[in-house]
Design a binder for this molecule. Structure first.
Ligand SMILES: [Zn+2]
Length: 346
């Protein structure tokens, strides 16, 4: 190899290494943060049907979760519940290298596959439940959309606001990824409580109906059983899992307040923790942040991709680290996406 080329490769490696937070490289020190709130959704065996990578990577197998927990144990992390994390934030000091496990939505596999793993290691965790899940009326349109994109060479999506029809190419895997995210954004930006049924109608065809196991939510009995275990915290994730920032103010308030009221009634305990549905800066505006900070929750988590520093953490606007069962952790700092595959070697 010519020296010039080799220098270039080494330089490339150096730049890459220095961009990976948690990689143990000195340059990354300032990006490292004090710990993680991990955002998971599903823990289940790998699907046998053809899936879209971008959706499937929201899932971890029980074996992967176990390896992940072992990695944190070996690396000397402290496992915190959201109540404990709240205390640490109030004190603004104390623990470095902590991790808090959170799972969003209320999928059935949280009870059947994740809970036994957490129980085995006595790891505290939080599930943010959207009431529509245990009530059997959750509109999991993302799985219908996934099937539609997997099965077709193109799809057409009509924007309900301006009636513009967008034709999305789904030929290659890359096209399917882009098509899914474009259609997902159109739905998220338009789906209000009064339109839930009409979106259901979009996916009426037989071949778009997802695997039953994928659509399985936890029942109220299962959630109550988890809630009675001191390891488990049940948090609020709104009534219908909508983009709160597009709702009328009174609808937005109803989604939060009524969800919390019902959870309190069903579980017979105060609900102290909240997670925004979707939760990126595109779905969480200043209006929602202002309302939630006055709502009496101890902590509020978002999907904001920011470094977590205890001394400047805002308990009502906490960032989370997106967990991917396929490619390790992802983080996004200052607009640059980092894939931290090496952080968790097999
Ligand atoms: Zn969610």
């Amino acid at each position: 190899m010519k020296p010039m080329i080799r220098t270039k490769i080494l330089l490339k490696k150096f730049v890459k290494a220095s961009l990976y937070p948690l990689h143990g490289f000195p340059v990354t020190y300032w990006y490292r943060g004090d710990g993680h709130i991990l955002m998971l959704h599903r823990v289940r065996p790998k699907s046998k049907t053809k899936r879209l990578k971008t959706v499937e990577e929201l899932e971890a197998t029980p074996e992967y979760l176990e390896k992940l927990i072992n990695h944190y144990i070996k690396s000397g992390y402290t496992f915190l519940s959201m109540d404990e994390l709240y205390e640490v934030i109030q004190l603004k000091s104390g623990i470095k290298k902590f991790v808090a496990f959170t799972l969003d939505d209320g999928y059935g596999d949280n009870y059947h596959f994740a809970y036994p793993v957490f129980l085995k290691y006595k790891i505290p965790f939080t599930i943010y439940v959207s009431n529509s899940f245990p009530e059997g009326r959750a509109n999991m349109w993302w799985y219908y959309l996934e099937n539609l994109v997997v099965a077709n060479k193109f799809i057409e999506v009509e924007d309900p606001t301006n009636k513009n029809v967008t034709r999305l190419n789904c030929s290659s895997d890359k096209d399917k990824h882009l098509a899914f995210h474009t259609a997902r954004r159109i739905i998220i930006n338009n789906l209000t409580s009064d339109k839930i049924e009409s979106v259901r109608g979009l996916f009426g065809e037989e071949n778009t109906v997802p695997d039953k196991e994928l659509l399985r939510a936890m029942s109220w009995e299962e959630i109550k059983e988890l809630s009675d275990d001191p390891l488990v915290t049940i948090g609020c994730h709104t009534l219908n899992h909508l983009n709160l920032s597009i709702l009328k103010k009174e609808q937005m308030i109803h989604e939060i307040v009524e969800s919390r009221r019902q959870l309190t009634e069903k579980l017979k305990k105060t609900i102290h923790h909240f997670a925004f549905p979707f939760g990126s800066k595109e779905e969480v505006s200043e209006r929602e942040l202002a309302f939630i900070s006055q709502s009496g929750f101890k902590t509020v988590v978002t999907s904001f991709k920011e470094v977590f520093k205890i001394d400047r953490a805002d308990a009502k606007k906490l960032p989370r680290l997106f967990f991917s069962g396929n490619s390790g952790f992802r983080n996004q700092i200052n607009g640059t996406r980092h894939f931290i595959n090496k952080f968790f070697p097999d």
